[in-house]
Design a protein around this ligand. Structure first.
Ligand SMILES: O=C(O)CCC(=O)C(=O)O
Length: 272
């Protein structure tokens, strides 16, 4: 018996590889989450977008969001009751700066087996075609595994600019969301986003959840058990923050980010 989704919504996700829009938090909460990012940039002298992994551990509000029952009930309906958060990312696209996300499949480099991860993408600002909302190619999660090229394009928000070279995107769907709404997409779905052609920043928080039975194909790594039990022991534990911008947690997050972006560390790359 599903917790919150209808059987039709669950079937839609499994058939199409995504689900949107869903109501998450109110717009006062998303505005406060954006304020957290502004304060971080002011105080730490570092772009919040430079936290490329596990950013949800750095801010009280995003940490609480990552285990919010309303969100986890949806995730549980899609992937089952034992849920771990692998990582997260604040996707920040300043107005008219040309940044984009190339077509890609997260499964090509998340290093997971089997591919059952779901991303919850929370809109911290409105997200629409004009400001480069997330786009997906429906059903592509059931198709082939594409080869990805690491382009390191500086305008590509992906950590290594991982891109699928050639793709037919004529069926792509825009995931338009109001601030506070969220979408879900499957680890294997082909997705990306175009540049922000408006004057205002577009921000989203993506949190990557997988069922605890999933294994890492990149050796032991930490993840964050957010609901249920871990009877499999495939993962080490991320540290739990005790305060906003906990220095110990920030150091852990920055070190994990270095492993994620530095070419000397392997990322799994599936081939077609
Ligand atoms: O925020 C974007 O534009 C892209 C997000 C994305 O690639 C993801 O959540 O996996």
């Amino acid at each position: 018996m599903p917790k919150v989704l209808t059987e039709e919504q669950i079937a839609f996700y499994h058939d199409n590889g995504y689900l949107a829009p869903l109501d998450g938090v109110d717009s006062a909460e998303t505005a406060a989450m954006c304020d957290d990012l502004d304060a971080f940039e002011r105080d730490e002298g570092m772009r919040a977008s430079a936290i490329v992994v596990k950013g949800h551990l750095c801010f009280r509000r995003s940490f609480e969001f990552s285990r919010h029952p309303k969100i986890l009930d949806v995730v549980e309906d899609l992937i089952g009751p034992n849920i771990m958060a692998l990582s997260s990312r604040f996707w920040m696209k300043p107005g008219r700066d040309g940044s984009f996300v190339s077509w890609h499949q997260d499964s090509a480099y998340f290093g997971l087996d089997p591919h059952e991860l779901v991303t919850v993408w929370l809109a911290l600002t409105d997200s629409k075609p004009e400001n480069g909302c997330v786009r997906v190619i429906p059903g592509s999660h059931k198709g082939k595994s594409y080869s990805h090229v690491e382009t390191y394009d500086e305008k590509n928000l992906l950590a290594r600019g991982q891109s699928i070279d050639e793709i037919d995107d004529s069926d792509a769907v825009d995931l338009t969301l109001r601030a506070g709404q969220f979408s879900c997409h499957h680890e294997r779905i082909v997705h990306g986003s175009a540049a922000n052609d408006t004057a205002d920043m577009r921000v989203g928080l993506g949190i990557f959840y997988f069922p605890a039975h999933v294994k890492s194909t990149l050796g032991r790594r930490p993840a964050d058990l957010v609901r249920g039990v871990d009877d499999w022991g495939n993962w080490d534990a991320d540290p739990t923050p005790t305060e906003d911008r906990d220095a110990r947690v920030l150091a852990h997050v920055l070190e994990a980010g270095e492993r994620y972006t530095n070419p000397k560390y392997r990322q799994e790359a599936e081939t077609a």
